[in-house]
Design a protein around this ligand. Sequence first.
Ligand code: ADP
Length: 163
Amino acid sequence: MIAIYPGSFDPITFGHLDIIERGGRLFERVIVAVLANPGKQPLFSIAKRVEQIRYCTDHIPNVDVDSFAGLTVDYAKLRNAGVLLRGLRVLSDFEKELQMAHTNKTLWDEVETVFLATTKEYSFLSSSIVKEIAQFGGSIDHLVPENVARDVYTFYQEKVKKD
Ligand code: ADP
C-alpha cells in the first residue's frame, strides 16, 4: 500500500520526520507531498521545501518527496495511493483532521486516512512555533533537522538586513 503524507512542511520539523519514519515502517512507500496552498504565505518556496525534505529523509529508502497543487485525492489517485497519512498532536488537530478525512472520503470513497499519534516529546511542535522562535533569535536546533535550521537562520538574518 502506498501512502501520501500531504502537508505544508514550512518548514519540516522533527515532528513531521517522526511521522515519515514511522509511516515508512507501516507502508510499502510513503510519498511526502508538499501542498501548494494559495491560502498561506510561506517562508520557503515549494522547491526549497522539497529540497529540504529530500535531504533529511535521504536515509529512508521507501520515501519519495514531491509537490502538488489542487485536491489531495486527485494527487493520491495519480500516484496510485490509497492512504492519506496525517499526524495528530492535540485535541484541536482532531476536529480539523476529522473534517478533512470525511471531506476526502466524499470526494473518493476508496481513500483511507490513517492518523499516527505524535511522539510525546513532539506534541507541542509545529512549523509556526519554529518560525516564532527563530524570528526572535532563539535556537531551533532541537526542533528541526540541521539543514533546515541553517536555512531558517539565514532567512531571518537576511530579513533583518533588509528591514
Ligand atoms: P498542514 O498545513 O496540512 O496542516 P503541516 O505541515 O502543518 O501541514 O502538517 C502536516 C501534517 O503533519 C498534519 O497532519 C499535522 O497534524 C502533522 N504534524 C505536524 N507537526 C506534527 C508533530 N509535531 N507531531 C505529529 N504530527 C505532526
